[in-house]
Design a protein around this ligand. Structure first.
Ligand code: MG
Length: 206
């Protein structure tokens, strides 16, 4: 199982970190050991002083494929979840300055929080609204219609390089409002379905 992540997929988030808006999807991966499920807490890693949340919509790959064509890309997903792409921002900055890969800043244990999945039929597929609260206050609110690269565009792009396999996850990028967490903080993620707001995940920092 692969965890594929897309960076800078919302214009306002790219700008808030002073990054250029990409012309092609920015792709990185996390190892399966990064997964954190069942609302387990994240223990603040010792190697960072600047741990950031990034709430993202996650799609699960429903069938195997490579070199997926645009008109079929939608067939490769039938469920979505919420995820937090935890990032050691200070380590990532050092990696960026040196031109090094990001894995140690992005792929550490517990850095891929994942909620239960919701059928795509329950949401507004092309405009999914989602929200993150920190200690009860909204810090992020996104709509997937603002993504630079759609779910389908990401699948087409990524499958040129990597065979997509059933069960692979794609973290599709975070909207603006990323920020730091401290020990004791409580993060809660909400997904807006067609008939209600689903409280899909909770993550406490310990
Ligand atoms: Mg991210």
């Amino acid at each position: 199982m692969k965890i594929i992540c897309i960076g800078r997929n919302y214009v306002d988030h790219a700008k808030e970190l002073n990054n250029p808006v990409p012309k092609e999807p920015l792709v990185f991966m996390k190892p399966p050991s990064a997964l954190l499920v069942n609302n387990k807490p994240l223990y603040f890693p010792e190697f960072t002083k600047d741990l950031h949340y990034e709430l993202e919509v996650v799609v699960k790959i429903a069938k195997n494929g490579r070199h997926v064509q645009k008109e079929f890309a939608g067939d490769y997903i039938d469920e979505v979840a919420l995820g937090i792409d935890f990032t050691a921002r200070d380590i990532q900055e050092k990696c960026k300055q040196k031109g090094h890969p990001w894995e140690i800043a992005k792929g550490f244990d517990g850095s891929a929080v994942l909620s239960p999945f919701v059928s795509l039929e329950k949401v507004n597929r092309n405009a999914i609204e989602f929200e993150l609260k920190k200690n009860g206050e909204r810090v992020q609110f996104g709509n997937t219609s603002d993504m630079i690269f759609s779910f389908e565009a990401i699948i087409v792009y990524v499958s040129q390089f990597f065979k997509l396999q059933m069960g692979d996850l794609i973290y599709t990028g975070t909207p603006e409002g990323v920020g730091p967490v401290q020990i004791g903080d409580r993060l809660e993620g909400f997904l807006y379905t067609q008939d209600k707001v689903e409280h899909l995940l909770t993550c406490e920092i310990k």
